[in-house]
Write a protein that binds this ligand. Sequence first.
Ligand code: SF4
Ligand code: SF4
Ligand code: FES
Length: 245
Amino acid sequence: MAKGRIVTFKIFRFDPQVDDKPRMVSYQLEEAPGMTVFIALNKIRAEQDPSLQFDFVCRAGICGSCAMVINGLPTLACRTLTSKFENPELTLMPLPGFELIGDLSVNTGKFMRELAERLALYLHPKNEDDNIHAVEQRIEPEEAEKVYELDRCVECGCCVSACATKQMRETFVGAVGMMKLSRFALDSRDARDDDDFYHVLGNQDGVFGCMSLLGCQDTCPKDLPHMEQIAYMRRKVAGIPIFNK
Ligand code: SF4
Ligand code: SF4
Ligand code: FES
């Protein structure tokens, strides 16, 4: 069988528990057909360096755990084929904007939990004495489509890392925060009104801090409609009538 090309992975290494400063370490691997960055990292860890830290769960673009910066772009390692890079030298960095656990592993879970608490990212039922044992509360199919489209977010953190505003202002909620709140704004079962959304997003940490350069939409591995949803929330909190949600 023909040999694959040799790919060099320059990987950010830093364990905050033991290291004084970060360093870049190079590893080399023979490329196999269909090799993803995730497969390569597993191979490096199994055969060359068991101390390498990175995250994964599903290997199928569903859990969002394996997000990292590959050649300067935040993306999912398990959905990135090494063969798509003409130059066989890849640089892997951890996602910026999150607490670093070690090497390529960051704590996106902590960020998402804090965001959910801060923005109250859960349904606020209109009728408190609704029967909680009811099997379902129906909504129109068109509405369900819009709401559940936004629920496809896998909380990978790529949009947060790609956002210049977020990197400059730590308290900025980021595209994922605005989009997740928009999911509830679209949901007719949610009791919150424009005024309530204004109080959480109507400031520089929310929709008015966003520069609309769309690093978020360009990097989202689930192709979620950030631009549309940020514009929708901006109109809502500014009190501009929306005729077609
Ligand atoms: S459009 Fe807004 S949220 Fe998206 S990357 Fe730019 S500043 Fe960040
Ligand atoms: S919106 Fe997209 S990029 Fe942002 S966390 Fe969700 S899936 Fe990841
Ligand atoms: S391992 Fe789950 S998205 Fe990559």
